[in-house]
Design a protein around this ligand. Structure first.
Ligand SMILES: [Zn+2]
Length: 203
């Protein structure tokens, strides 16, 4: 069961020199409260701020709406003394951070996820003879913990040549040269040692 709803908390209260026009005795206090939406009492986001006057003598409480225009103006002018603390945005902040971290993890772990769960048709970009030359490997089968690839016939592709056309294009014609089989653990180490595995493409 999720417990949620709205709650109200005191933000600030201070005394004034204004005499209560109800009892003509007490000096009015100004009180600001905040309404916020909560889930399990954790503030999610603020809904609104309310100002009111309270007489310590006769206990009369007047909300902004019930006040005479002069007192209402005063109340509004003092609102700066009742700023909304960041904690009332806690839920929004937490949700924002969660969304952000999930996106970040997904982006960072995409390669790792593809290696753990290879799919036929995945294409790996692997460093070739030197830093600026690449080989493409296409997954043709997954056998237990091993992955079987066919390699692209051009074993010295430049980065500029690696595009959708070469990766997913005329696959059968271009990927016929040879096959190789590699354990997932070895593939994983290719992302660490010299970062030989540059990218994995999936349609
Ligand atoms: Zn009073």
């Amino acid at each position: 069961m999720i417990i949620f709803g709205t709650r109200s908390k005191l933000l600030n209260a201070f005394g004034t020199q204004q005499t209560c026009n109800h009892c003509n005795t007490g000096k009015l206090n100004v009180v600001y409260t905040i309404n916020y939406f909560h889930i399990f009492w954790i503030p999610m986001f603020p809904i609104g701020k309310k100002g009111m006057t309270q007489c310590p003598h006769c206990k009369q409480t007047l909300t902004e709406r019930e006040l005479d225009p002069q007192s209402r103006n005063y109340l509004q002018s003092q609102k700066g003394n009742a700023k909304t603390p960041l904690k009332y945005f806690a839920g929004l902040i937490i949700i924002g951070l969660l969304v952000f971290s999930v996106i970040t993890i997904n982006v960072l772990d995409k390669k790792g996820g593809y290696i753990r769960n290879p799919e036929i048709g995945d294409v790996y970009q692997v460093k070739g003879f030197d830093e600026n030359q690449f080989v493409l490997w296409k997954v043709t089968a997954v056998e237990g913990d091993s992955v079987v690839f066919v390699t692209h016939k051009n074993n010295a592709l430049s980065q500029a040549e690696i595009n959708d056309e070469t990766v997913f294009g005329k696959l059968d014609a271009d990927f016929a040269s040879s096959t190789l089989k590699m354990a997932k653990s070895n593939i994983k180490s290719m992302t660490k040692n010299n970062k030989n595995l540059v990218a994995i493409f999936r349609k």
